[in-house]
Design a protein around this ligand. Structure first.
Ligand SMILES: CCCCC[C@H](O)CC(=O)SCCNC(=O)CCNC(=O)[C@H](O)C(C)(C)COP(=O)(O)OP(=O)(O)OC[C@H]1O[C@@H](n2cnc3c(N)ncnc32)[C@H](O)[C@@H]1OP(=O)(O)O
Ligand SMILES: NC(=O)c1ccc[n+]([C@@H]2O[C@H](COP(=O)([O-])OP(=O)(O)OC[C@H]3O[C@@H](n4cnc5c(N)ncnc54)[C@H](O)[C@@H]3O)[C@@H](O)[C@H]2O)c1
Length: 721
């Protein structure tokens, strides 16, 4: 059925015109909505039977803001004229400066341009629990319908900068306390109260307040300057490589110094500059990439419905199992945790409790909710409780035989509908299920550590996994607030496989004589939170050593074998776990580079002997980035070529959420397309001539470079899913 898009106006006998925005599912402000709003406001202002106006969104949602698809169109075409002129004509002239009072009837959500429309009204009546915020900075732009000026005037400068810079939304309850919402009423009363409020303003019983003209919450100039100074420091810390935070502060400051209207004009000018920035392109891509993961061909489009998952058994309460159990419990899913003996079981239970405690102490969870979650938790040493679980997630140590035996056992004790998932990071799912007759319900649930915090869930589908099981796991993933990405079965799946050259390239550079701390610093300046050596410290070098041979077996032709990890472990450095790796880890202080590790690096250099003429190579920072990340792009090409992901954007979002690749660069493939496949191909070709097959360009990259195609173009990609 075609969705009904438009703006309607109904004038009641009370003389109130109700203007309704309809654009499912979130009433985004697409071009027809904006022109519809202009037309209806003009109309309402002209009609003599209209005394006052109420603005409302259809289907219980006020508006999710300006239509983000338009940004994408602007990015594709470079055509800025696709952006409507709104801030002055609609929001100031037709709405705020209207002679007839306007009341926003806010239900569900008012975000971005949605909240900005509401703030241009003369009062706001809201239902409980409505979500209010200006998240534009997460899209690389700033609020563009006057939000930079009106929010500070309604809630105060400090709160407004906090909400805008951190893209933090608030509830209507908090909004009422702050003065953003004038009345909070039960959902069924929002429209009737808004009508009455609008008439009260029209008839002088309530004040006719124009947000942009208010000054009572701004404070003195010196107070405002102090707040903006703190905001600038915050922006520097949270967004060192992005322009929109600083630009937004400048725009807010303009309004403080020269008045709201001047601020609105500057806002419009800066908005236009930012919308074409690379940051906005990357972030808007990530927005849609995340939503695209919900669409899995032959799974989400064949009329299946997810089955309820109420009770889950987790096998193994180590690092991953305890994190997975925590995530499930926090979403009210009952969990039984099975361990091998009571000592390990106690350890697992304590880890789950510690995870909850950590969330409480950081203010992310109330004590009450933590208590409720833990009441759904039970530790066990046998399979008795497994008879009525809807899903098992196995998270025992990475051992093929052990996992095969466990799957054989659980197949017998669980009901036939129960999903049998493994959190393996490297073992082929077909091998895990080899000894069972349940291959259609075996699936990979690959969480990232720490599992209760990291947002990505790779759902690994073997050639036998049923569509129903994939759908069920996607629903569980969403319920526990993860972004589920369905991927194919191969060693390393999508994320770890794409990024296996990351640390190897770093090791090669270090063995070629480049300072390892410089490498980490260059990579963090590029935007990854940790450089490859610090990341290795965090994961623990034992793991690196254990998975090396597994990768070597399948990807050996393109691996750089460095003795450094083994030497590191021999010298008693396992990374953060034992306080010593490339860096020194002391409680309460940041990791410090450990100069004494350089003797290990020297030993490794002697063994590999790859420095040309025995002398360290000289490279620029740009070359370091290329030598480390282009091999990653090369592997991403193979992942695309083999159809391990459904679409290139799935790998983008997986790289952002699983590896913390900077979202403002749009993810690994998007970034590579920005750099240019031809350039990457030529650089890798030259590097492979100098340093060997580790850098050899893949067939996919070569084809794309030769044909002038982007890596993300789907023409010849063959999804195996
Ligand atoms: C001159 C122009 C100036 C413009 C100025 C203005 O200040 C700029 C803006 O307003 S930018 C937009 C600001 N708003 C947002 O950033 C909100 C983005 N959306 C969300 O955060 C969420 O979608 C949600 C909280 C509104 C709803 O979340 P929920 O989980 O319920 O649903 P989904 O996220 O899966 O979204 C459902 C589908 O709706 C699409 N969608 C959501 N918001 C927008 C939007 N603003 N524009 C266009 N489309 C939007 C989303 O893509 C989903 O579509 P599918 O096709 O995947 O179903
Ligand atoms: N560590 C990571 O970063 C990470 C990330 C993703 C996936 N994984 C995968 O998750 C799995 C678990 O890894 P981990 O790091 O949590 O390991 P871990 O060593 O911390 O925990 C494994 C737990 O399994 C328990 N166990 C062993 N045999 C068992 C049995 N028969 N029944 C019940 N419990 C048993 C052990 O007692 C131990 O507590 C592995 O397959 C690993 O590859 C690990």
């Amino acid at each position: 059925m075609a969705k009904k898009i438009g703006v309607t106006m109904e004038v009641g006998n009370d003389g109130v015109a109700v203007i309704t925005i309809s654009n499912p599912p979130v009433n985004s402000l697409a071009s027809p909505i904006i022109s519809g709003l202009k037309e209806k406001f003009r109309d309402a202002n002209q009609r003599i039977d209209v005394k006052a106006i109420v603005l409302i969104g259809n289907n219980g949602r006020f508006s999710g803001g300006f239509d983000i698809n338009v940004f994408q169109q602007v990015h594709k075409t470079g055509d800025l004229s696709l952006m409507p002129e709104v801030s002055v004509e609609l929001v100031c002239n037709l709405m705020e400066d209207s002679r007839k009072p306007l009341v926003a009837a806010v239900e569900g959500l008012a975000l971005g341009g949605g909240l900005e429309l509401a703030m241009a009204c003369h009062a706001r009546v809201a239902a409980p629990k409505a979500q209010l915020g200006l998240p534009e900075l997460t899209l690389g732009v700033i609020p563009g319908f006057g939000g930079t000026q009106r929010l500070p005037r309604l809630v105060g400068l400090a709160k407004a900068t906090d909400m805008i810079l951190l893209s933090k939304s608030i509830s209507s309850e908090e909004g009422q306390k702050l003065g953003l919402i004038d009345a909070l009423v039960p959902p069924g009363d929002v429209l009737s109260t808004s009508r009455k409020w609008a008439l009260d303003i029209a008839e002088g019983r309530k004040p006719f307040l124009r947000s942009l003209h208010r000054t009572d919450k701004i404070g003195s100039l010196s107070e405002a300057r102090a707040i903006l100074k703190t905001s600038r420091q915050l922006a520097k810390k949270i967004a060192p490589n992005m322009p929109q935070h600083h630009a937004c502060i400048e725009v807010i400051e303009e309004g403080i110094i020269h008045g709201g209207y001047s601020g609105v004009l500057k806002e419009a000018e800066v908005f236009k500059q930012l919308v074409l920035s690379d940051t906005a392109k990357g972030l808007v891509h990530v927005f849609f990439a995340q939503r695209a993961t919900s669409k899995v061909p032959n799974v989400t489009d064949v009329g299946l419905k997810p089955r309820p998952i109420k009770k889950v058994a987790v096998i193994g309460g180590g690092l991953m199992g305890s994190g997975i159990a925590t995530a499930l419990l926090l979403s009210n899913i009952r969990v039984v945790l099975k361990e091998i003996n009571s000592e390990y079981l106690m350890k697992g239970i304590k880890s789950v409790e510690a995870n909850m405690k950590g969330l409480v102490s950081r203010g992310k969870l109330t004590q009450d909710k933590a208590g409720k979650a833990l009441s759904l938790f039970k530790g066990v040493l046998d399979y008795t409780e497994f008879k009525d679980v809807d899903m098992v997630i196995e998270a025992v140590i990475e051992n093929i035989q052990l996992k095969q035996n466990i799957f054989k056992e659980i197949e017998k004790v669980c009901s036939p509908h129960c999903i049998l998932a493994s959190n393996t990071s490297t073992i082929d799912l077909d091998v895990i299920g080899e000894k069972t007759n349940s291959k259609d319900r075996i699936v990979g649930a690959h969480f990232f550590s720490p599992a209760h915090l990291m947002p990505l869930l790779e759902i690994v589908r073997s050639k036998n996994t049923s569509a129903q099981v994939i759908l069920d796991l996607m629903a569980v993933g969403k319920a526990i607030k993860k972004v589920p990405v369905v991927v194919g079965n191969c060693i390393g799946f999508a994320v770890n496989r794409t990024f296996f050259p990351y640390s190897q390239a770093a090791h090669m550079l270090a063995n070629l004589g480049v300072d390892l701390f410089r490498i980490d610093s260059v990579i963090t300046s590029f935007g990854l939170p940790l450089g490859p050596f610090q990341l290795g410290d965090l994961a623990g070098h034992g793991i690196g050593l254990a998975v090396g041979p597994i990768y070597a077996k399948v990807y050996g032709d393109r691996m750089f074998r460095s003795p450094m990890t083994e030497l590191l472990l021999k010298s008693g450095r396992n990374g953060k776990i034992n306080g010593k790796g490339y860096y020194i880890y002391e409680k309460g202080s940041k990791p410090k580079p450990d100069p004494s590790v350089l003797s290990v690096v020297e030993e490794s250099r002697k063994l590999t002997n790859i420095m040309p003429g025995g002398k360290p190579i000289s490279v620029s920072d740009k070359e370091i980035v290329e030598m480390i990340l282009f091999p990653v792009v090369n592997e991403a090409c193979r992942v695309l070529d083999e159809g391990v992901v459904i679409r290139a954007s799935d790998l983008d979002i997986a790289s952002v959420l699983g590896m913390s690749f900077p979202s403002y660069r749009g993810g690994i493939v998007f970034w590579a397309d920005t750099v240019g496949p031809k350039y990457i191909y030529e650089r890798l070709k030259r590097l492979s001539e100098t340093y060997g097959s580790f850098f050899k360009p893949s067939r996919y990259l070569e084809e794309r470079a030769m044909n002038g195609m982007l890596l993300s173009e789907s023409k010849s990609s063959r999804s195996r899913l």
